[in-house]
Design a protein around this ligand. Structure first.
Ligand code: PMP
Length: 361
């Protein structure tokens, strides 16, 4: 074995336990696939792909279609393999050694993880115990560290909380560098920072096809930002990073936005049903604007409740061992049947305690 870079030695990779179960509600995917008409349209176009040629390096048609969706210029759109790669490209261009990236914890772990991989220093601001963000804390982090990049996630993962527009505006008014608003779950929420994107504002908003568009399997994400910033990202990203099939799939998906909006409506209705049912149980449930719900069980019971659900063949995300998320679990909104299975299992686990790894529920 040869030693990895010194600054990477202590890094822990991204983990999500995978267990063979009947009901999988652990990775915030869409419970429904895209419509059959979309799959047929993709298959027809893919049959005409010139496999011996490189794909369109600028993803011209896909960028134009996304730009039309948001009413912006195609030069304001950067596309990549999942929003994770969008974030990575942003951080390669604007973070890196000698630079500082700020997050407000708890939030999506990959922001800090990717920033560290680029060699940047990560500073962590703190959220209040209810996971809201205090303006004074935003002020403190910005004035103390002068970060080159600051992240907000709205709705936040794993908390589900929507960041108020005032908080984004406050950050924009004082940030010395780039502000990234990660909107992987924005269609489930009431407002979006997209309208704030402007040529004279160092703001990018990132989006994904993995959740609302039911295309986690395709790995496609994008950002909307100023044209001068997108031009820098185009320099940094690998040539031909976005394959021909993905460009087709992304472009065609946007023709089915009515289906997407219907799915979002179903999921939001189911989310409200889950939250209402959970209020009957002895739990702390955090308000969610996303396609998942974070909740807190009794002290020290997180792992046992998670395991109890697995024993009922229901897999959710165990966040109880993560910093600042003691006793917290996160459930993704699934189909009505899956959600009912989860709620029934949860009620059973909470009322019929069992023992796991020495922890008693
Ligand atoms: N941002 C947030 C907040 C997420 O929760 C996720 C996925 N879990 C991503 C970005 C990455 O999404 P993808 O790479 O699938 O587009």
């Amino acid at each position: 074995m040869i030693p990895v870079r010194d600054d990477l030695r202590a890094l822990d990779g991204y983990h999500s336990a995978q267990v063979d179960v009947r009901v999988r509600l652990n990775t915030n995917e869409s419970p429904e696939p895209p419509p059959a008409a979309f799959r047929d349209a993709v298959a027809a176009e893919v049959s005409r792909v010139e496999w011996h040629r490189y794909p369109d390096r600028a993803a011209t048609e896909l960028r134009a279609a996304i730009a039309e969706l948001h009413g912006v210029d195609p030069d304001q759109i950067f596309v990549a393999n999942g929003s994770n790669e969008v974030l990575q490209t942003v951080l390669l261009a604007y973070a890196g050694p000698g630079r500082t990236v700020a997050t407000f914890e708890p939030t999506y772990q990959m922001h800090a993880q990717i920033a560290r991989v680029t060699g940047a220093t990560v500073v962590e601001g703190e959220r209040a115990p209810d996971f809201t963000l205090d303006p004074a804390e935003v002020e403190r982090v910005v004035s103390e560290y002068r970060p080159h990049v600051v992240f907000l996630t709205s709705p936040n993962n794993p908390t589900g909380l929507v960041e108020p527009v005032e908080r984004v505006m406050q950050l924009l008014s004082i940030a010395p560098g780039l502000v990234v608003v990660d909107e992987a779950y924005a269609q489930f929420a009431e407002w979006s920072a997209l309208d704030l994107v402007a040529e004279d504002r160092p703001l990018v908003v990132t989006r994904t096809f993995s959740k609302t568009w039911s295309m986690a399997g395709a790995r496609l994400g994008y950002l909307v930002g100023p044209t001068w910033l997108v031009a820098e990202l185009d320099k940094v990203v690998l040539p031909y990073h976005l394959d021909a099939v993905k460009q087709i799939a992304g472009r065609l998906a946007l023709r089915y936005s009515d289906d997407m909006n219907d799915r979002v409506e179903h999921i939001v209705a189911e989310r409200e049903r889950i939250v209402a049912s959970m209020s009957d149980l002895d739990l702390e449930v955090f308000p969610s604007g996303a396609n998942f719900v974070l909740f807190r069980v009794g002290p020290g019971q997180g792992l046992a409740v998670w395991q109890g659900l697995v024993d009922h063949s229901v897999l959710i995300r165990d966040c109880s061992g993560w910093p600042r998320l003691t006793d917290c679990l996160r459930v993704t909104v699934g189909t009505p049947e899956e959600n009912t299975a989860f709620l029934t299992a949860l009620a059973d686990v909470l009322t019929h305690p069992s023992s796991t790894d020495g922890v008693t529920v």
